[in-house]
Design a protein around this ligand. Structure first.
Ligand SMILES: [Zn+2]
Ligand SMILES: [Zn+2]
Length: 391
């Protein structure tokens, strides 16, 4: 064990306030979370905690001043709450987080259990445009971290944990079965196996040693990302154990439905409505594309339900370039005709005559056939499906 005065960088005659200030500074500086690439930070952090637990307790400080580490280690055998002579081991404490009370609520709310690495999973919703062209998305989320004010110990600054009276600091209790000469050991229910009780808890975390903090990160969305794709943010997860460092954050990318476009792999599908003369004679119409307004040429004689292709207006492809935009053509049948339009249509009707196969159809009574948009939608989707399966 290193000299606790040396660990905290204070003189032998340092006042309690000076020790407290040095501890706060050192604990903040060497917190494992702030030194993610330094594996030794955890050890230093534990050492700082240990040193502070000695020097902040007048009795222990006096023992150390007189007898050195032996003065503390010697007490370990006699039911000391600090086996091995280390006055307080943050790792042992955090490993035995009880799942009740405030901390249980806190952990349950965030969805982690003690002993887990602290991995988190979050959904990140993006628009189809962001999926197509890429984006920098800001994401704010809550995660559990060690409480700064007590450096994760749960103890009020300057206080010490008390030996658990039920287990005498062992953290385990023995149960003698009445009929059999068998002794069963289990975790002490009073202290949750920690061996000590926090009688003077940290005011900030109410003894949990952990607090919830909101964190904001920026996530880069690459162009062409798939719905349901995941992104791993290393060390972005919870920090349930101060000595272990943060877990990872897994982001699940969800592309929100777009009012105009449906994605089919690298292609986008949309629909436009043209009128009967445009379908017959052909036309140039404006269609929405992800890049804004686009022009589409309707060839003469275009049938309702045809799929026309706008090259290169789909989603970015992994191999480079972009997919296409497929436009389903719907033909509008006017509901209210002017007398002039009726005249022209009647003339057209007599010019065209009845379709050749109409004789085989039963003629519906006028007024009984009502349009069913739901069926039309179904027809549209099955058409798109068969289009893709025949490619
Ligand atoms: Zn106990
Ligand atoms: Zn605290």
């Amino acid at each position: 064990m290193r000299d606790p005065y040396e660990v905290l960088g204070v003189g032998r005659d340092a006042s309690p306030d000076e020790i407290k200030a040095a501890f706060r500074k050192m604990a903040a500086k060497h917190h494992p979370d702030r030194n993610p690439n330094d594996p030794e930070a955890q050890e230093r952090f534990k050492e700082i905690n240990g040193a502070y637990q000695i020097l902040s307790d007048p009795q222990k400080r006096a023992m150390f001043d007189r007898f050195g580490a032996a003065g503390l280690g010697g007490a370990a055998g006699g039911g000391s709450p600090f086996p091995g002579g280390v006055p307080f081991d943050i790792a042992d404490w955090a490993a035995n987080i009880p799942m009740d009370g405030i901390l249980g609520d806190l952990l349950g709310r965030i969805g982690i259990r003690p002993g887990e690495r602290g991995d988190l999973q979050k959904e990140l919703r993006i628009t189809l445009e962001e999926a197509a062209f890429g984006a920098e998305k800001e994401l704010s989320y809550d995660r559990i971290e060690a409480c700064n004010d007590c450096a994760g110990s749960g103890l009020r600054l300057g206080s010490s944990p008390k030996t658990c009276p039920q287990c005498g600091g062992r953290g385990r209790i023995r149960l003698q079965q009445p009929l059999f000469p068998i002794v069963i050991e289990r975790d002490c229910p009073k202290c949750g196996g920690r061996g000590h009780l926090i009688v003077d808890p940290c005011l900030t975390c109410r003894g949990a040693g952990l607090v919830t903090k909101t964190r904001t990160i920026v996530v880069t969305i690459p162009p062409g990302i798939e719905d349901g794709a995941t992104r791993l943010v290393a060390r972005g997860g919870n920090v349930p154990r101060a000595d272990k460092g943060p877990g990872d954050l897994e982001l699940i990318i969800t592309i929100q439905p777009h009012p105009l476009f449906r994605r089919e792999n690298d292609d986008l599908v949309t629909a436009i409505t043209i009128n009967y003369p445009q379908a017959c004679l052909g036309a140039e119409v404006v269609v929405p594309t992800l890049d804004g307004k686009g022009k589409l040429r309707i060839p003469p004689g275009t049938q309702p339900g045809s799929l026309l292709r706008v090259k290169g207006k789909g989603m970015p492809k992994r191999s480079g370039g972009r997919g296409d935009q497929l436009v389903e053509i719907r033909v509008e049948v006017p509901m209210n005709l002017s007398s002039r339009a009726r005249e022209l249509l009647e003339e057209l009707a007599s010019e065209l005559g009845a379709p050749a196969d109409q004789a085989t159809h039963s003629v519906p009574t006028p007024g009984t056939s009502t349009p069913t948009p739901a069926k039309e939608e179904l027809g549209f989707f099955s058409k798109v499906k068969s289009f893709f399966s025949s490619r």
